[in-house]
Ligand binder design. Structure first.
Ligand SMILES: [Zn+2]
Length: 431
């Protein structure tokens, strides 16, 4: 049974000014002061975190402290947005183009600052429904080598009949077009675009691209789904990653049907972090691994997104994921203690018990073999492909099911997945 009725997620009107202003809140100042390596201390977070990127992202965040004022805007419940929308649908202005109700447009966005000095544009697909309602955004390939999300956006957007949509859906299949062209996760300067949101018009190239995207596109959204895959030869069971301490975000997670939902505190600079901070509830949808198009993962992701669109009431009479009940998880990574050849004994989605064999690592030089065993009973929600690994490599991501969405993880009660401080980060993983 769906439970939107009891969660009153809020979202603001589309006033961009509040985005920068919200970012300038004292909360952010507090976060900046915290060692980024210590965020989400109780739940493992996947980030690319070397010293340089940390300091630069913190600097980027600080640069955005432009104005200490906070503007409060009237808010309406997200779940009731369609019902609350009265009268006729209105045109929406995206990238300087008015998109009329009941129509679909293909627009293009170009970051203003590019490395080559030549504008590179990327499509922005807009479906403005014939009926009034909120605006949902789908972003993919913020990491240029993550292909599954590109196909998900294509399928969802081209399935939509504008005459039957309440509200608008904006899909950006390839945000990091420069990385995509090179088959790379990163921008050409090796920066991770997903550490620079909401960006800065006077910052680094990455910060400027992020700023342009955030102000021109993301600012239009009332809710956002950022599509990712695992990274560096790791794959993820299709799952929603969300900061379940935020009630608005929890509401959003409840719309995806039976999808796995993992509590995950977003790293500073991620699109998810910046959007949520700006009052736009955002989640990450992870599915599969990089550099491949995986049809099963794509289909599951599309099913989750279409269930959400239905649950929000933006489309009616679309197929629902039967008996949709979100499945909440906390998680822990199991790491290699030895270097060598990693071979898995489980697969994505496997259910494991404490002590079960997850995989083996064999030293190719001396033939010594070590076993990786699960410290928890749970489910394999992410794992490395078979490969040569170094000691410390995060190999298996074990999800530990919880009865419901944790509403507060500030205490020890939520620290199920915590094994040690060093486990809080997995190098370059995913979003
Ligand atoms: Zn990613």
């Amino acid at each position: 049974m769906q439970v939107f009725s009891l969660s009153l997620a809020m979202f603001p009107t589309r006033v961009f000014t509040i985005i920068l202003l919200a970012l300038a809140s004292p909360l952010l100042a507090g976060e900046v002061a915290v060692d980024p390596g210590d965020n989400g201390a109780d739940i493992l977070e996947d980030t690319t975190e070397d010293a340089d990127s940390r300091s630069s992202e913190v600097a980027a965040a600080v640069e955005n402290l432009l104005d200490p004022d906070i503007t409060t805007e009237p808010v309406i419940p997200l779940a009731d947005a369609v019902n609350a929308a009265a009268g006729l649908a209105e045109p929406i202005a995206v990238l300087g183009t008015e998109v009329m109700p009941g129509t679909a447009r293909r627009l293009s966005w170009s970051a203003t600052e590019l490395f080559e000095g030549v504008p590179v544009s990327t499509p922005v697909l807009v479906v403005n429904g014939a009926l009034p309602g909120p605006t949902l955004c789908l972003t993919a390939a913020v990491h240029g080598d993550e292909l599954n999300g590109i196909e998900m956006v294509r399928r969802v957007m081209h399935d939509l009949a504008p005459s039957k949509v309440s509200g608008a859906i904006i899909g950006i299949p390839i945000v990091n077009v420069q990385g995509f062209r090179r088959g790379s996760r990163y921008l050409p300067d090796r920066r991770d675009l997903n550490r620079y949101f909401p960006g800065n018009p006077n910052g680094s190239a990455a910060a400027r691209i992020a700023y342009s995207f955030f102000t021109n596109v993301v600012a239009q959204c009332d809710a956002l789904i950022d599509l990712h895959t695992g990274s560096f030869e790791r794959a993820n069971l299709p799952q929603i990653r969300a900061d379940l301490r935020n009630p608005d975000v929890v509401t959003l997670t409840q719309g995806f049907g039976s999808m796995v939902i993992l509590h995950s505190t977003p790293a500073i600079g991620t699109l998810r972090y910046a959007a949520t901070r700006a009052g736009i509830p955002a989640v990450t949808l992870e599915a599969g691994g990089p550099s491949q198009l995986e049809l099963n993962e794509v289909k599951l992701g599309v099913k989750g997104i279409e269930t959400l669109v239905n649950t929000l009431g933006m489309i009616k009479q679309r197929r629902l994921w039967g008996e949709p009940e979100p499945v909440y998880y906390r998680s822990s990574w199991v790491r290699a203690d030895n270097g060598g050849i990693l071979l898995a004994d489980v697969s994505l989605g496997s259910t494991v018990r404490k002590g079960d064999l997850l995989g083996t690592i064999t030293d190719p030089m001396n033939n010594a073999r070590t076993e990786l065993r699960s410290p928890y009973s749970g489910r394999i929600i992410g794992m490395a492909r078979n490969q040569v690994v170094m000691p410390g490599f995060a190999a298996f991501h074990v999800g530990i099911q919880t009865a419901e969405a944790p509403v507060d993880d500030s205490g020890d009660a939520a620290a199920v997945g915590k094994t040690s401080d060093s486990d809080d980060y997995v190098d370059g993983m995913s979003e």
